[in-house]
Write a protein that binds this ligand. Structure first.
Ligand code: SF4
Length: 236
């Protein structure tokens, strides 16, 4: 991403942020009320078997969990990666997208909650009959607002069996407040990420180095996020 493109993206995001701050909570609440929703506490959105369960987290959310549970950053979050069928496919896609640098590091933007080997969220019990989130009170906004999210100033709904169930007006309003809060925090986080981003050098050997690391059971990542860049090794 060159400096020009970076400036354009930041300008577009800042304009979106200004517009997002003017959205009426009541209008979003009315939409949620007419769509309807009730959480069935099935934990399907936390488990990989039922679809894309990546949970994007902001820097502030990671710090909150870190402090409250006395956990290390790497125990909470991992690089936000595209969903791939295998690590080999992930390597291939990142190389094609020019996201591997000359030292074989894969560059990503932002964080998501760490997942287990089976790719369930690391905060959901292994016992699939137990649906209790282990960090329920501090779960990220993506979780507490699921299945609703804002994109391009519009309310969207993800797939969920609870959609269409009756919801009260007060509950809709509380959910709308959280949905808008999340939208604004995510935009602010992304703007800061781009402002701190200084690019990297790609090289012909990068993909070979990454593939050789993969054969040894790991991949190196550089995550660009709102506080700068962070190099992290992910065991595969
Ligand atoms: S943090 Fe909790 S609610 Fe969110 S995906 Fe993980 S287990 Fe589910």
């Amino acid at each position: 991403m060159n400096e020009n493109l970076k400036e354009i993206l930041i300008c577009e995001l800042e304009a979106e942020l200004d517009a997002a701050k003017k959205i009426s909570v009541q209008e979003i609440a009315d939409e949620i009320y007419s769509i309807g929703f009730q959480c069935l506490i099935c934990s399907k959105c936390c488990r990989r078997d039922f679809g894309d369960n990546r949970v994007a987290v902001t820097t502030t959310e990671i710090h909150t969990i870190e402090c409250s549970y006395n956990s290390r950053w790497e125990e909470i979050a991992e690089p936000f990666v595209a969903e791939a069928k295998s690590p080999e496919e992930e390597c291939e896609t990142n190389a094609a997208d020019g996201l591997i640098d000359e030292e074989g590091n894969i560059h990503t933007f932002g964080w998501m909650l760490r997942r287990k080997k089976n790719r369930d969220c690391s905060f959901i019990p292994d016992d699939t009959t137990n649906h209790r989130c282990e960090i329920y009170k501090l779960r990220p906004l993506l979780c507490s607002t699921y299945p609703f999210y804002m994109e391009g100033l519009k309310l969207n709904t993800s797939e969920c069996e609870g959609v269409g169930k009756e919801i009260g007006a007060q509950e809709s309003y509380a959910l709308a407040e959280l949905v808008l809060k999340r939208y604004i925090l995510e935009l602010e986080d992304t703007i800061l990420t781009y402002k701190n981003y200084n690019g990297f050098e790609t090289g012909e050997n990068g993909k070979n180095i990454a593939e050789s690391c993969l054969k040894q059971g790991y991949l190196n990542y550089v995550v660009h996020y709102s506080e700068g860049s962070y190099r992290i090794v992910r065991n595969i």
